[in-house]
Design a protein around this ligand. Structure first.
Ligand code: ADP
Ligand code: ASP
Ligand code: MG
Length: 416
């Protein structure tokens, strides 16, 4: 049993879907589960629909229309005959989405978000499954929400491993080619939940774990895991082999090529993860397993742009100790801030955060009641694993360093 994951970039248009089929032909698809994300930037486009819905803007209809048009263009390119049942199927899914928006009474942004955003994956998998069946790549479309059960922490739901494992073990049919949605799950009331942005890699790992798969492959627009994001660094080099632990560190610090939650379930069962190019599927790519720490052993660079550095100090003469630190963390948790780095001294506390859910102003307002607050927006956080002097000076050149932290294997630098 093997699990494949195809992300949005790999299926951004009809060519991408055809290429997915060609990858399956080239590398084989026996006993394979294919986990698929929404096409291209559909998730971002649906996020805009949700925002317009809540802001009650006049752009709601046109933003929804953009998503419909985009998928229609893919359908027309993939299916010659406009009487093909897939056109009806996709139009029904959009009808269902509109029906939800028209009848929804919930004011809960996160709940509504999950109910709407899930259509991206439901639609992409319906299209791909039909297309593959049409070219004799016979497969079963499965609704992932019948397998992955979660709590109702919408937009970042936690997997109920016990229920999920039971459902997959008893209901999943292994011997056929299965196509399913990444990123989605469902709660105990069967409402759609999501596992966090970019969560389809994690879906692949959940299935691999529950099915005791012997490998997972995520197909990317890069040759594998590189020692830096090629969008920001020239001459990024392919990493041939990485240990689970090293990959967990890289993903945790923000190497966005793998979702950070993906690796631990695989490590637990020692299931190797391959990251390969969907353009050159025969190339070896990167293998993540238990054997080698990092091959080649070179500095690895990770950058997170648009972060926020908050420096707190006390309004009176008190020290920043357990009591206030626990209060600070409660607030960070309350406003769903993703904490990147912390640094404290006797009278100050610095924290670099990712303001994913746009709660910064609320957080600052709350903090200002208790602390003196200094905030730098739009800073960059650089992390270098296995650093050396040359790597550090390369990062620091022409930048103002606002915070720096070194451990034996890792240096983190916040710059403006
Ligand atoms: P998906 O289509 O699966 O969602 P993503 O776009 O999320 O794919 O991930 C692939 C992208 O990750 C690459 O195009 C690359 O820009 C970026 N990336 C970030 N860090 C790395 C890295 N260390 N190695 C390779 N790619 C990286
Ligand atoms: N479609 C979702 C996203 O863009 C999940 C994923 O692609 O992994 O975040
Ligand atoms: Mg992605």
């Amino acid at each position: 049993m093997q699990v494949f994951k195809f992300g949005g970039a790999s299926i951004k248009d009809a060519e991408g879907v055809k290429n997915l089929a060609s990858v399956l032909h080239k590398v084989g698809y026996n006993n394979t589960l294919v986990v698929v994300s929404a096409m291209g930037k559909t998730t971002n486009a649906l996020e805009l629909v949700i925002k317009n819905y809540f802001d009650k803007t006049s752009e709601l209809q046109s933003s929804l229309q953009d998503v419909i048009k985009y998928h229609n263009a893919v359908l027309i390119d993939l299916f010659d005959n406009e009487n093909h049942p897939i056109f009806q199927k996709i139009s029904l899914l959009f009808k269902e989405l509109k029906g939800f928006l028209n009848t929804n009474k919930s004011p809960d942004y996160n709940f509504v978000y999950d109910q709407v955003i899930g259509f991206g994956e439901l639609i992409s998998t319906a299209i791909i499954s039909e297309y593959l069946n049409g070219i004799e790549l016979k497969n079963s479309w499965i609704d992932v929400r019948e397998y992955i059960k979660t709590d109702n922490y919408y937009r970042s739901a936690h997997v109920d491993w016990e229920k999920t494992q039971k459902l997959i073990k008893s209901n999943f049919k292994r011997s056929v080619l299965n196509i399913t949605q990444g990123f989605l799950g469902s709660d105990s009331n069967n409402f759609t939940t999501t596992l966090g942005r970019e969560g389809s890699d994690y879906t692949a790992a959940i299935f691999a774990y529950c099915l005791n798969a012997n490998r997972v492959t995520i197909w990317k627009d890069v040759p594998g895991v590189l020692n830096a994001d090629p969008r920001y660094f020239e001459n990024a080099k392919l990493l041939n082999k990485i240990s689970y632990r090293e990959a967990i560190e890289l993903a945790f610090y923000g190497a966005s090529v793998i979702h950070p939650k993906t690796l631990q379930p695989l490590q637990r069962k020692e299931i190797p993860l391959f990251v390969k190019s969907f353009l050159n599927p025969e190339n070896t790519g990167t293998r993540i397993g238990k054997e080698v720490m990092l091959d080649p052993m070179i500095p690895c660079f990770i950058v997170k742009k648009n972060q926020v550095l908050i420096k707190l100090s006390s309004l009176d003469f008190s020290y920043i100790v357990e009591e206030n630190i626990s209060e600070i963390f409660n607030l960070l948790h309350l406003y769903k801030m993703k904490v990147d780095v912390i640094q404290n001294s006797a009278i100050s506390f610095s924290v670099c955060v990712d303001n994913i859910y746009n709660n910064l102003e609320k957080l600052l307002h709350h903090l200002k009641a208790k602390f003196k607050v200094l905030c730098h927006k739009n800073v960059s956080l650089y992390t270098i694993r296995h650093y050396n002097d040359k790597a550090i000076s390369q990062i620091e050149a022409d930048k103002t360093v606002l915070l720096k932290q070194l451990t034996q294997e890792t240096v983190q630098v916040v710059t403006k």
